[in-house]
Design a protein around this ligand. Structure first.
Ligand code: ZN
Length: 81
């Protein structure tokens, strides 16, 4: 998974290495996407939801996030935050 672009340090959309849009969504399979690519995925085979701001910070801090978790308390309950 892309998670963090090694060159820029910014989150990288997993739909395309060439994509430079800000990452805003996570798909049911755990990949992360920009808004436009998340819409494309949702219309085909992978449901996507918008990430919460704390989730984006978690990824930026090197912690994996999960499509099925919804709150920071939920992550903490599973030892993921
Ligand atoms: Zn994209």
């Amino acid at each position: 998974m892309g998670w963090i672009n090694g060159v820029s340090g910014k989150l990288q959309c997993d739909m395309s290495k060439e994509c430079r849009e800000p990452v805003t969504h996570i798909g049911a399979k755990g990949w992360i996407y920009c808004t436009g690519h998340a819409q494309v995925r949702s219309e085909t085979w992978e449901r996507c939801r918008q990430m919460r701001p704390f989730e984006i910070r978690m990824i930026e801090g090197g912690k994996p996030i999960s499509y099925t978790r919804r709150t920071l308390a939920d992550y903490r309950a599973h030892g993921q935050a």
